[in-house]
Design a protein around this ligand. Structure first.
Ligand SMILES: Cc1cc2nc3c(=O)[nH]c(=O)nc-3n(C[C@H](O)[C@H](O)[C@H](O)COP(=O)(O)OP(=O)(O)OC[C@H]3O[C@@H](n4cnc5c(N)ncnc54)[C@H](O)[C@@H]3O)c2cc1C
Length: 472
């Protein structure tokens, strides 16, 4: 393992010269503590940075990176810290480079249907800004109100709209990046096609801050749908709910824009957190949430009637239609606040992020429930069913913190390895960080070798976010 230099007060003076005094945090443990963890496992996985630096321009980022490289100080880029894999945790101390002040929407170019943004823009702020211009940014992680666009790009975030619009990588047309030697480069831009050589834009998507700092992002926007409708569908069994996913997607003339799944336990926790009641909460073991978009109410009606009938044929207890904002928001709040509701019970609740081909979802859910029985723990599951992405979240059954960390890691490893056996992967959207790097090394051995070659060519001194993705 590489030895890094410790930050000195002389170093801090230089960093304060690059930014401003109040953009650098040093020797203030309570302020630094907020940057020691993300949303994965709370204090389980925290590591303190020595300093936090908050630049407000690409030039400042470039100077900080150059300085850190020259001084052999590790540097961890950080977005909103909403990650679920420990990816922005400064494992080796050093500098956390927070992008929170680079939060400007630089342009909504309606003619080209492109947004140009800084990395610290909250995802939902971009969604709202685009909507004001009749356009739509189709990235919609459940953390839409807290995560930053830069973090979404660096983790290749998914969310509920992937079935129709793809994950973050589908929306990114170009990036400006500060490389580990401090140079500022732009890959791609407003153009929609580019087959001139390697696709450098996509190399940085999902790179989790290990190859450089993303300082500007060009994003594809699409026309805003005229209307949406949401269906909430309770089922008496998980198996019946899961069996309905594929037929509903396949038989719709228009791809649904979301197909989400929550098991009965998840719904109970989330409803209690949100102070809400849903029909069939005693009987239902699973709920589906499906969204369609269309131009007008006739089209919407055709879509939801067809899907609703199919759900009933597949054994749904009932089908509830939400065709106004208020009711839709109630349904989505249950899904969006799912993880928060579990954190209210166990602040360290770990979250899996397995993905399998959609035909394997029933086998995957069955396996998760069997693992829960084996370890005698409750494992609520929710997920983006339309793309086979499931989040099992084992709840501590009374073990001590250390014991629980060991047991929960075992549980999530068994589930992740099963996902790979079913043709899936250990992470569908949250990324690897350091928490899943053992799993990555087991399941993608041959790819790690290529990843390391790329890493070494960009960052031979391993300054950028060391300890993430792989051992190096
Ligand atoms: C309640 C909840 C719901 C969630 N739902 C979803 C979901 O539906 N879909 C989903 O995909 N994720 C989800 N997440 C996980 C998380 O929100 C995403 O991973 C998100 O993309 C992280 O963004 P962030 O800004 O918080 O990044 P951070 O957590 O701060 O950082 C994540 C990684 O990105 C790197 N990084 C950040 N900014 C930059 C930059 N400018 N340049 C280079 N590297 C950078 C960091 O170094 C780190 O490796 C959820 C999390 C929570 C807490």
């Amino acid at each position: 393992m590489k030895e890094y230099s410790k930050i000195t007060s002389e170093n801090i003076k230089k960093l304060r010269d690059i930014c401003t005094d109040n953009a650098v945090i040093y020797e203030d443990d309570s302020a630094l503590q907020a940057y020691s963890h993300d949303e994965a496992g709370g204090s389980f996985y925290a590591h303190m940075p020595q300093a936090v630096v908050k630049p407000c321009s690409s030039e400042q980022v470039s100077q900080i990176v150059r300085f850190a490289a020259a001084q052999n100080i590790p540097l961890t880029p950080r977005g909103a810290g909403s990650g679920l894999a420990g990816a922005c945790v400064p494992l080796y101390g050093g500098i956390v480079l927070s992008l929170e002040r680079m939060n400007r929407i630089l342009e909504i170019d309606t003619q080209n249907m492109v947004a140009v943004v800084e990395p610290g823009v909250v995802t939902n702020d971009l969604c709202k800004k685009a909507q004001e211009k009749g356009l739509y940014y189709a990235g919609y992680p459940m953390s839409v109100h807290s995560s930053f666009i830069g973090g979404n790009v660096a983790t290749n975030a998914g969310g509920s709209k992937v079935i129709k619009y793809g994950n973050t990588s589908h929306h990114v047309l170009g990036l400006e990046v500060v490389l580990p030697d401090g140079s500022i480069v732009q890959y791609g831009g407003k153009r929609r096609k580019d087959s001139s050589g390697y696709d450098m834009v996509h190399l940085f998507i999902g790179s989790e801050g290990t190859l450089g700092v993303i300082t500007k992002i060009f994003l594809n926007l699409v026309p805003l749908a005229g209307m949406t409708v949401d269906l909430m569908v309770p089922f008496e069994s998980v198996a019946k709910a899961i069996a309905s996913i594929e037929p509903v997607i396949r038989s719709s003339s228009v791809l649904p824009s979301a197909v989400e799944f929550l098991d009965g336990t998840s719904v109970k926790y989330s409803c209690s957190y949100n102070n809400m009641e849903l029909p069939f909460m005693q009987e239902a073991q699973a709920y589906m949430i499906v969204q369609f978009e269309a131009e007008n109410s006739e089209q919407i009606q055709t879509l939801y009637e067809k899907a609703g009938k199919l759900f009933l044929d597949m054994g749904a207890l009932n089908v509830y239609i939400a065709d106004n904002r208020n009711n839709s928001e109630k349904i989505w709040r249950i899904r969006r606040n799912w993880l928060e509701s579990l954190k209210a019970i166990d602040p360290n609740v770990p979250t899996g992020d397995v993905v399998v081909p959609i035909s394997e979802i029933p086998a995957m859910v069955e396996y998760i429930k069997a693992v829960g029985k084996k370890y005698e723990v409750d494992i609520p599951v929710a997920g983006h069913a339309a793309d086979g992405n499931l989040h099992p979240a084992p709840l501590n059954n009374g073990s001590s913190c250390e014991q629980w960390r060991e047991v929960s890691e075992k549980i999530l490893s068994e589930i992740a390895l099963k996902a790979c056996e079913l043709g899936g992967a250990v992470s569908g959207e949250h990324g690897i960080g350091f928490i899943k790097k053992n799993l990555l090394s087991i399941t993608k051995k041959n790819q790690i070798e290529s990843m390391l070659k790329i890493k070494k060519s960009f960052d031979p001194n391993n300054i950028m976010n060391p300890g993430k993705l792989y051992e190096y």
